[in-house]
Design a protein. Structure first.
Length: 118
């Protein structure tokens, strides 16, 4: 990311690259961008089930595989974000969590913090 000056979303598009058939269905500018990333960085594509959480200065990014073989659930409550493989794990920590969603395969969840609040 640093050397190539990729954004977090672009890095996610490299690690969990969409299928070529999915790329063909995008508009022209998005198709060119995704094709470029997929062609230039083919060895960085991770296949198989995975969920990763990447911390960086100022936040974190969570990403799961493009086929959703490994589940990931995200919930919010006030100024907190919970990320787990199962909703039960989040409910054990915060029973009243709100805004639950399961990100699509390969869709990054980027949480940025500022002074302790996202």
């Amino acid at each position: 990311m640093r050397r190539q000056r990729l954004t977090l979303e672009e890095a996610a598009s490299v690690i969990a690259a969409p299928f070529w058939s999915t790329i063909q269905g995008k508009d022209e500018s998005e198709r060119q961008r995704l094709s470029y990333l997929r062609t230039v960085f083919p060895s960085l594509l991770i296949t198989g089930p995975f969920s990763i959480v990447l911390g960086f200065d100022g936040g974190l990014m969570a990403l799961n595989d493009r086929l959703k073989l490994c589940s990931m659930v995200v919930r919010e409550k006030d100024d907190k974000v919970f990320i787990a493989s199962e909703e039960a794990a989040i409910r054990a920590m915060e029973p009243n969590a709100e805004n639950i969603w399961a990100p699509a395969g390969g869709e990054p969840v980027v949480v940025k913090v500022k002074d302790g609040a996202f």
